[in-house]
Design a protein around this ligand. Structure first.
Ligand code: CTP
Ligand code: MN
Ligand code: MN
Ligand code: MN
Length: 367
């Protein structure tokens, strides 16, 4: 007799789930994000992660959930998540979510953390001082804003507006021109949400390096210098490399990598963008501010950097968890380490262009 078709079990690891950018369960995942963010504001990390995990599972489904019963074989959905889903299915909304959305503290923290450079700690501090709006904050004579926050307020309108793919490409052209003056052997690759196929992002992420090992150390400094000379640099926060070859991959999930990197705000001229700028109606300016992240690893770590910066955050988190629990390996943005064989697995990268398409070849080398 023919065997019953195997049930396609949804993996508990985001990196084992095929997820498109189409989300069939937005009504649930939007609600989960409100709850997760609220737990984040209240520093209840476990619950925050639980709702983000549940959202990630629902985003991977090629179908829309129409009953709680349909979710019984899905991983990562707990009692609380299912109760929220049930409410949404029954009443079209979740009362818990609505309560949070109408909560003054939550609204204020969300508003304040939407400013570049303002995290939950600063937002909470301002809220406790009785501040509720941007004008409240800016009217305080004794409030200290760091450079990042000052730029955050200055360019608030522009950088809270989505960045289009065409704008991301235009930013890439600017970086490409700058880097090729510095080194002819430059490597530039779009990463982050745009590499995952998203049409819009909150920023533009590029990995930029050179095949001349060691020359990447000061590459970003030179790029920043060039952008400044061209009058395109509105803000720059540069972090030099603290990369140590001998270190094992980090156990921490969200640990930052140690490569040289910079968080920028660039001035993007509309004339450089195919199809024009993404901007507010009635905005007569011919340019907009764009948030740009650049990271510059040594070329032999390019593969791991690309893997680490492509995201999504849950994908990255689960990729590391999968490596550790299912393969006894340690993975981070720098390297992959095999705990059983006690050796590093290094990625060699070759990049070439053929008939207008860019190819990247990773070769794994055992050391
Ligand atoms: N990342 C990282 N180290 C940093 C900053 C970011 O490893 N210092 C990684 C994040 O884990 C994420 C990716 O880079 O996977 C992109 O981060 P981000 O730009 O914040 O998110 P996107 O997925 O690109 O989404 P968005 O469109 O909102 O920018
Ligand atoms: Mn991004
Ligand atoms: Mn982001
Ligand atoms: Mn980014």
């Amino acid at each position: 007799a023919p065997k019953a078709a195997p049930v396609n079990k949804v993996s508990q690891y985001a990196c084992q789930r095929r997820t498109t950018i189409e989300n069939n369960n937005r009504i649930f995942t939007d609600a989960f994000e409100v709850l997760a963010e609220n737990y984040e504001f209240n520093e209840i990390e476990g619950r925050c992660l639980a709702f983000r995990r549940a959202a990630s599972v629902l985003k991977s489904l090629p179908w829309a959930v129409r009953s709680v019963g349909a979710t019984q074989d899905l991983p990562c959905l707990g009692e609380h998540t299912k109760a929220v889903m049930k409410e949404i299915l029954q009443y079209g909304r979740s009362f818990e979510v609505e309560k949070i959305l109408s909560d003054e503290r939550c609204q204020t923290l969300k508003l304040f953390t939407s400013v570049f450079g303002v995290g939950p700690k600063t937002a909470e501090k301002w809220y406790r001082r009785g501040l509720r709006s941007f004008s409240d904050v800016l009217a305080q004579p004794d409030i200290h804003l760091n450079r990042m926050q000052q730029s955050g307020f200055l360019h608030y309108g522009d950088i809270s507006r989505a960045v289009s793919k065409a704008e991301a490409r235009a930013v890439g052209n600017i970086i490409d021109e700058a880097v090729h003056v510095i080194t002819p052997n430059a490597i530039l690759a779009l990463t982050g949400g745009f590499r995952r196929g998203k049409d819009f992002g909150h920023d533009v992420d590029y990995v930029v390096t050179t095949t001349e090992l060691g020359k990447e150390e000061n590459l970003l400094i030179s790029i920043i210098e060039s952008l400044k000379k061209q009058g395109l640099l509105l803000f720059s926060d540069y972090q030099a490399s603290t990369f140590d070859l001998s270190k094992l991959p980090s156990h921490r999930f969200e640990a930052m990598d140690h490569f040289a990197k910079c968080f920028l705000i660039l001035r993007l001229e509309g004339s450089r963008v195919e199809g024009g700028l993404q901007r507010a109606q009635g905005d007569g300016r011919g340019w907009r501010a764009v948030r740009v992240d650049l990271v510059s690893p040594p070329a032999d770590r390019f593969a791991f950097t690309m893997l680490g910066w492509t995201g999504s955050r849950m994908f990255e988190r689960d990729l590391r968890r999968f490596a550790r629990l299912e393969r006894r390996m340690l993975l981070d943005n720098h390297a992959l380490f095999d705990k059983t064989k006690v050796l590093f697995i290094l990625g060699c990268t070759k990049i070439f262009t053929h008939k207008g398409s860019h190819y990247t070849i990773f070769t794994l080398v055992l050391r």
